[in-house]
Design a protein around this ligand. Structure first.
Ligand code: GAP
Length: 446
């Protein structure tokens, strides 16, 4: 679990808003909802999470450390490969895949023991049996503690969309194809939560379910693959930092699935998943709720259960992607002087602060002019006002939080109503009329 501070939460909000607006405003037929985190427990039976959302785990009896079986074996296979034993590693991994697919837990334990895989903490191979471990967090509804009151914290936001499919369709008179988007917290009892905000137990998802006519799933899947990649590229990140990872082994409910992977400092990893989920979810909710969820297609004069294409992106993971891409240590040394700066080259539309307003000194009427600029801009975008320290130090502080524009008010401003604007990335400065500041910044941030 991580807390975001004042700039992190602004960055996160800007990414969330950018996703929300591009989904709900730039598509005619996608609307947003805000469903509850606690849902009827049967929801998670219907979705398959109660029975299937689990990983085989093994405990080391000496250190008490719990491992995901696949992670433990994969880490050992990596070590074998690093020692030049690639063939041995491949054999091990294919044996693991076979046993996992067959849910052969005894076989998995034997594989770990036969290969003498040890716990990284205790250094022993004293292993428990392999057991399934459900990743959902549970809690009690109401004051009486008994099993019937057990409810789950949602492990994905998607099910809140499925159970609201008919409400949204009927009240909004939506016609297939249409989409429902949602942003919200999800909770998973990840055993190995690691790599900073990449994998967390409490995180935020931005998901969209697109309801379509059965039989059109191939074309809509391709449409959303393209659309979502364009969204990532619109953040100014070069295309060689992304790749698709198409799933070969598909979940039982999917007929196609891919991940959009970004090249993080620790390698290419998933940021977003796109899945063609057939009518699996609606069919199960219909069965478990005993309520018809079919849609009447007036053009075809036919009732059917829509198929679904899902796009699902982790908000925190996107924050990490934007941070990794933006962070730069620049060497600014000249022959005369050593110099460097840390800068976050955020896309202007995502930067936590858009404009810093800096009077050169704290007197001679300069703060008054600077405060007037602040007054004319603060209702339109986030500004930061600062009088303290030299102008060079103030610029560097703004570079470090990724502020794309700084304006400095000096004595010339008193005479000709101009100020100096400084651009974060090029560090170029130019003199502009104060009356144009808002327009220049707004042009870059929307
Ligand atoms: N409804 C589909 C679904 O939940 P998923 O691949 O499990 O699919 C979708 O999750 C996205 O949510 C991932 O691509 C990732 O960005 C994010 N995500 C999943 N688990 C996460 C975790 N433990 N911490 C942070 N982000 C996570």
């Amino acid at each position: 679990m991580y807390d975001y501070g004042q700039y992190g939460s602004e960055l996160k909000k800007n990414i969330r808003d950018y996703w929300w607006e591009s989904m709900t405003r730039l598509h005619d037929n996608i609307v947003g909802i805000d469903a509850a985190i606690f849902m009827h427990p049967t929801t998670w039976k219907a979705s398959g999470h109660v029975d299937n959302f689990s990983d085989p785990m093994i405990d080391n009896k000496d250190s008490q450390k719990r491992y995901r079986v696949d992670h433990l074996i994969e880490t050992y296979a990596d070590e074998l490969e690093a020692m030049g034993k690639k063939e041995e590693a491949d054999t091990l991994l294919s044996a693991m895949d076979r046993l996992l697919a067959a849910s052969d837990f005894e076989g998995l334990k034997k594989l770990i023991e036969d290969n003498k895989i040890k716990c990284g903490m205790s250094g022993t191979a004293n292993w428990s049996d392999v057991r399934q471990f459900n990743l959902m967090f549970s809690t009690q509804l109401g004051s009486v503690t008994d099993e019937t009151n057990e409810i789950w914290l949602r492990p994905e936001t998607a099910q809140g969309i499925f159970v609201n499919f008919q409400n949204v369709q009927k009240t909004g008179r939506m016609k297939v194809p249409f989409g429902i988007a949602q942003v919200g917290k999800a909770f998973r009892n990840e055993i190995v939560a690691r790599q900073f905000i990449f994998r967390m137990r409490e995180f935020e998802q931005m998901e969209m379910q697109y309801f379509i006519k059965p039989g059109t799933q191939k074309e809509w899947y391709e449409y959303w693959k393209h659309d979502r990649m364009q969204w990532h590229l619109s953040l100014g990140i070069s295309s060689d930092k992304f790749r698709f990872h198409d799933h070969v082994k598909l979940a039982h409910y999917a007929d196609a699935a891919t991940d959009i992977e970004f090249e993080f400092p620790m390698g290419f990893k998933e940021v977003e998943g796109i899945q063609s989920r057939t009518d699996f979810d609606l069919k199960n909710h219909q069965e478990y709720s005993r309520k018809k969820l079919t849609y009447f297609d007036t053009e075809l004069n036919q009732h059917y259960l829509p198929y679904v294409i899902e796009t699902s992106i982790g908000l925190d993971r996107t924050v990490l992607m934007i941070l990794s891409e933006a962070y730069l240590e620049e060497d600014l040394s000249t022959a005369e002087k050593k110099d460097s700066r840390v800068v976050l080259k955020f896309p202007s539309k995502l930067a936590p602060v858009k404009l810093a307003i800096l009077p050169l000194i704290k007197k001679d009427g300069l703060p008054e002019i600077a405060r007037e600029i602040l007054g004319s801009c603060r209702a339109h975008f986030r500004c930061f006002y600062e009088e303290k320290d030299t102008i060079g130090k103030r610029y560097r502080r703004m570079d470090a939080i990724g502020t794309p524009f700084c304006v400095t008010v000096d004595h010339q401003s008193l005479e000709d109503q101009t100020a100096t604007i400084r651009y974060r990335d090029s560090m170029q400065q130019e003199r502009i009329p104060i009356s144009r500041i808002r327009e220049i910044v707004e042009k870059e941030i929307f």
